[in-house]
Write a protein that binds this ligand. Structure first.
Ligand SMILES: [Zn+2]
Length: 419
């Protein structure tokens, strides 16, 4: 019997004989939250010989760290050496008592910090219930896979406990988790022992933070990572140079042509859609590739636009670049007369009807005779054009069921099928 079937059969047999039953086990383990360190929130407990451990009264919270000159590890808790800190009064009997000298582990803090974020200006309590209900739980948590078995588990545990105690209206802290990928170097995992760790500092000094950031985002899908290479970052730097050129030495459009003015509007609207969805889906490389393509288009066709179209293109372009190259975009925005800051401007909204590729009519010949005229998107690639031509019933009738020997496409003009 296969293993999974056998497991179920064993349970059925044991249950029938009354000597066992199916149960779910979570493998939860004890979590020691105290540390013998200086840096950390002191655990608010007072130890009394008469009354045992007592919670510090609410009015005396939080217990603050005392100043110490030496917090190096000595084998005992550094706070135990601070007599003023240790000496306390028992909240129960009023007698002399000792304050707890361990602090809590950072994992305990990181298990609930997101609950504090919307209420950092609130004194006297950890969070404001109304703000918490409005802003939390966290919509999207972006982090590394190393957190899966510790930090995320602790955060969920603490949130569930606070929910059960009636302090939170939700029991799961994060609605969606996105794990980032790994950046390799020439195909190898970066490690100190291999000596192939890339520090961003040198690249930031050479290229600036924007180029370094954009290159990291351009390496590959955010959730998969990519391979870091010096040649690659140079490509992003050249792209930034081309952007700079369009704003610092703008074109003076000289020969406006209606076809290109219309096409500029379409390219611009498509860019708004591609950058917007790229950012929302964390596919930053797609957003940057779209910006690169659109910049190439603008450079090649700027002469054939009118001043208004050229200006509208540049206006939206810099807003779309801003989240990915914030300093460069701000500089170019100000240089081209924008008001501070590019980052507080409204995000462009795409006009999807303009963004749709224009369709063109194209004749299809079979054995030198026009058999049909089909409509295809003006930017359709060769595969899509072949598909569309062969999908025509008239073309199929002319072919008489035979597969074509050759299909010759003259873009925008004619499709010629050789049976
Ligand atoms: Zn006492």
């Amino acid at each position: 019997m296969p293993s999974d079937q056998a497991q179920a059969a064993i349970v059925v047999l044991l249950e029938a004989q009354g000597c066992g039953r199916a149960a779910l086990r979570y493998r939860l383990r004890d979590w020691l939250i105290s540390r013998q360190r200086y840096w950390g929130p002191p655990i608010p407990i007072i130890h009394c010989d008469q009354c045992g451990p007592q919670a510090v009264p609410d009015a005396d919270l939080p217990v603050l760290l005392p100043y110490v000159a030496n917090f190096r590890p000595t084998g005992v808790a550094p706070l135990a050496a601070v007599a003023d800190f240790v000496a306390a009064t028992c909240p129960c009997c009023g007698g002399a008592a000792r304050r707890e000298t361990d602090v809590s582990d950072t994992f305990l803090d990181s298990a609930w910090y997101f609950l504090r974020y919307p209420s950092t200006d609130v004194a006297g309590k950890p969070w404001d219930a109304e703000r918490t209900a409005r802003w939390l739980p966290v919509d999207q948590y972006a982090g590394g896979p190393e957190h899966t078995t510790m930090h995320h588990l602790y955060a969920r545990f603490v949130t569930m406990a606070l929910h059960d105690l009636g302090h939170l209206p939700f029991s799961e802290p994060f609605k969606r988790l996105r794990l980032h990928g790994t950046i390799t170097r020439n195909g190898a995992k970066m490690s100190k022992s291999r000596g192939n760790v890339v520090s961003p500092d040198g690249y930031i000094a050479q290229y600036g933070a924007d180029i370094t950031r954009m290159y990291m985002l351009f390496l590959g899908p955010w959730e998969e990572g990519g391979d870091f290479s010096d040649a690659g970052i140079g490509g992003v730097a050249r792209f930034a140079g081309r952007v700079w050129e369009q704003y610092v030495n703008p074109h003076v459009p000289s020969n406006p042509e209606p076809t290109f003015i219309g096409e500029a509007a379409r390219v611009r609207q498509q860019l708004i859609m591609r950058v917007g969805s790229g950012i929302e889906e964390l596919r930053f490389h797609v957003a940057i590739a779209a910006l690169m393509e659109a910049m190439n288009w603008l450079r090649s066709h700027a002469d054939r636009l009118d001043a208004e179209t050229y200006q509208a293109f540049r206006h939206d372009y810099i807003l779309l670049l801003a989240p990915l190259a914030p300093h460069l975009a701000e500089e170019l925005w100000l240089r081209s007369g924008g008001k501070f800051s590019v980052h507080t401007q409204p995000w462009p909204i795409a006009d999807e009807t303009v963004a749709a590729p224009a369709t063109i009519e194209i004749p299809v010949q079979v054995a030198g005779k026009v058999r049909d005229r089909i409509m295809i998107p003006s930017d359709a690639d060769e595969t899509a054009i072949r598909h569309a031509a062969l999908a025509s019933a008239r073309v199929q009738a002319a072919l008489g069921g035979a597969s074509p020997r050759r299909i010759v496409i003259i873009p925008g003009r004619i499709i010629n099928i050789v049976p």
